[in-house]
Design a binder for this molecule. Structure first.
Ligand SMILES: [Zn+2]
Length: 312
């Protein structure tokens, strides 16, 4: 992220609320509080045993793979491009060499992943090149269709990696980073966007997976609270980019490299998501504000499921 332009950028943000959102990423302070993240909650949703091993006992190190490496690099590339687009000049964004930027970000992400991985390789040159080429196709598509997704006339970029940090109950904080936040001045609406890199898009089983869709619904809840914005003015969206599209697709829509998906997020759905978060906290946090040290049970009555079995 090109930090150097932030100071000049301050002057360009006129809406005080947009400014507050934009600056929230630098307000993070270390804290003794317990942090609850969406990934912690979703891990528990998959399997409490897996959650125990990852978040309570910390027995499962976070392992890097080509998907996480590409995902990180692609996020950074898109965010750097959008920052130039909205806060520098459209012309400069258009002339950016996004392929080279993605390459640079992939190398950086691979190196740090390899260090985390005990300096063991987790991919090959061939595979990295394959993912980079896929990424090039996505970036080419984004540049070509940019106006349809990211209008500089009707949208303001209000946040990149916006930090959400809100108390759920005393001593328990929700912590999340929103990939992109946009403000739409004409309609006075906001959108919270989470970027997902995928192989060929989300199908019904992903779109209907409450464990996945909960992410943006929680983000909306805490974003509204943190910035004092009416929840009804906030839209949520997954911006899913596809590494693969069918060559001879029957419909033009199938050849799109981008799938925008807004999950159902009405009051009933939101209530369910908040209930499941509260149940999770009641299950894992004790009266002393610490995680309860006990044996958590796998979702499968036989004690092993697809999520936890590889670590047991
Ligand atoms: Zn399990």
């Amino acid at each position: 992220m090109p930090k150097k332009i932030y100071s000049e950028l301050d002057k360009k943000i006129k809406n005080p609320l947009v400014k507050e959102v934009w600056e929230s990423k630098i307000k993070q302070k270390p804290s003794k509080n317990k942090h609850i993240s969406y990934s912690s909650l979703s891990t528990y949703g998959k399997c409490p045993k897996l959650w125990e091993m990852m978040y309570l006992r910390k027995q499962v190190p976070f392992t890097q793979n080509i998907y996480t490496c590409f995902g990180t690099a692609f996020h950074e590339t898109m965010q750097e491009w959008l920052e130039i687009l909205y806060y520098d000049k459209v012309k400069n964004a258009n002339s950016m060499d996004l392929d080279a930027l993605l390459y640079k970000n992939m190398v950086k992400s691979y190196k740090s992943g390899k260090a985390q991985n005990g300096h063991e390789h987790f991919s090959s040159e061939k595979e990295l090149m394959e993912f980079w080429l896929d990424g090039k196709h996505i970036l080419e598509f984004l540049k070509k269709k940019r106006g349809g997704y990211f209008s500089t006339k009707t949208m303001k970029l209000a946040g990149i990696e916006t930090l959400l940090y809100q108390e759920i109950k005393p001593g328990i904080m929700f912590k999340g980073l929103v990939d992109l936040v946009f403000y739409h001045p004409n309609s006075d609406r906001w959108s919270i966007v989470d970027i997902k890199t995928s192989t060929s898009g989300w199908r019904d089983n992903q779109k209907k997976n409450p464990n996945l869709t909960a992410q943006v619904i929680l983000y909306r809840e805490f974003f509204a609270k943190q910035f004092g914005i009416d929840k009804d003015k906030i839209d949520v969206e997954f911006f899913i980019v596809k590494r693969r599209v069918p060559k001879d697709a029957e419909f033009a829509s199938m050849q799109k490299r981008v799938q925008q998906f807004s999950p159902a997020s009405g009051p009933r759905k939101t209530k369910q998501v908040l209930e499941s978060m509260n149940n999770f906290i009641a299950d894992v946090v004790g009266a002393d504000g610490q995680f309860i040290d006990k044996e958590y049970k796998c979702v499968n009555p036989f004690g092993k499921c697809e999520h936890c079995s590889q670590y047991l």
